[in-house]
Design a protein. Structure first.
Length: 367
């Protein structure tokens, strides 16, 4: 794609995790700060959620748009989050589907090719990468995460796109929800100021600060972070998000009426802790698989997603709990699905008597 816009063309990409809805916050925040963001995103892969699937839980929202429409919406609104079209990195669609079912989701070479084929085809001037590490990431160790971050940063900069990466923690869900409509709901609560998940906020602000520096819109990361926080706190990012939703076919009143516009699951059930103590460890990948088995992701390529299902009120590492207190809340299509999910979520949490060490949110920067 080629752009002729009065500001820098910027994007962000995450390597995938659970409860990671930073893209939905960051795209409108960057646009509110003067960047133009053609965010070409993916669907769920393996146990991780997909940005495109999340946005398709908004009634009417179109992620498959013609290139001319993408140009128009980005120019008018400042951002558009869409799926890769048939003429943008066409081979990646085939490779993406093959990776999902052949056990090659974790290949650094294939991840680098998949991410950057879409990003470089989008004609970006700057790109910030969120490389996840931990139990809910494709990269389980810092060594693997560094390897992927360096591969992405070196390849993208070599292709002429100013790029840096943050290695961020995925040893637990980033936010308190996992599931398509549930994550959009949490994003809207953040954008409107109704409720803020601090970890989600902090990672979004850190990535945004990096992106604005790379784009030449901030003198340093602190200045960039201040700009992103102002865009979020002032409501300017929410206003941009609402215009994007409308431009892509969603409800014109979505920002004001989002609780009424998003689908809700038929069965909602708390997941009781089986012992008292502190949450010491979370098998975050297992939580992702629980969401997939609820219908929030795909077990096979042609599966239809139920946008209403997932997990909410996920408790973080270090949280003290009494026996029977809720670890999370399951949103399911049936009682049988809810029963299976409750058992899976209980098995994913390890509770200890002692206070555990909480993991850092941002491990390091690679540039």
């Amino acid at each position: 794609l080629e752009w002729s816009l009065p500001g820098p063309v910027v994007d962000k990409h995450s390597t995938g995790g659970i409860g990671d809805s930073t893209s939905l916050l960051l795209a409108p925040a960057l646009a509110a700060c003067g960047a133009y963001v053609p965010m070409i995103s993916g669907r769920g892969l393996g146990h991780t959620g997909g940005t495109v699937d999340k946005l398709e839980s908004i009634p009417g929202y179109r992620t498959d748009v013609a290139t001319a429409d993408l140009h128009r919406i980005v120019a008018e609104v400042g951002c558009a989050i869409v799926a890769a079209s048939a003429d943008i990195a066409p081979a990646d669609r085939r490779l993406y589907a093959v990776r999902d079912v052949t056990g090659t989701v974790e290949s650094i070479d294939l991840i680098t090719a998949s991410i950057l084929s879409k990003k470089l085809a989008a004609g970006l001037e700057a790109l910030v990468l969120d490389v996840k590490v931990g139990s809910g990431a494709f990269m389980k160790t810092m060594e693997d995460a560094r390897g992927l971050a360096r591969s992405l940063v070196t390849t993208a900069n070599g292709a002429g796109c100013r790029t840096a990466a943050l290695i961020t923690d995925m040893s637990q869900p980033l936010a308190s929800t996992a599931g398509n409509a549930l994550e959009v709901l949490e994003v809207m609560e953040t954008l409107t100021g109704a409720s803020v998940n601090q970890a989600l906020w902090d990672v979004t602000v850190a990535l945004g600060g990096e992106a604005l520096v790379l784009a030449g819109l901030a003198g340093d990361a602190v200045d960039g972070e201040d700009q992103i926080e102002e865009a979020l706190e002032s409501g300017r990012a929410a206003e941009v998000f609402g215009r994007m939703v409308t431009a892509l076919g969603g409800p014109a009143d979505f920002v004001d009426r989002y609780p009424d516009r998003l689908p809700a699951a038929a069965v909602v059930r708390d997941v009781p802790a089986q012992a008292a103590g502190f949450i010491a460890q979370i098998d975050t990948e297992a939580l992702g698989h629980a969401v997939v088995h609820l219908g929030g992701g795909r077990l096979r390529g042609g599966d239809r997603i139920n946008p209403s299902v997932g997990l909410s009120d996920l408790q973080p590492i270090g949280e003290p709990l009494a026996r029977g207190e809720a670890l999370a809340r399951v949103h399911a299509a049936s009682d049988a699905d809810a029963d299976r999910a409750v058992a899976a979520v209980q098995a994913a949490f390890r509770i200890s008597a002692g206070v555990p060490e909480e993991p850092p949110l941002i491990h390091e920067r690679v540039a």
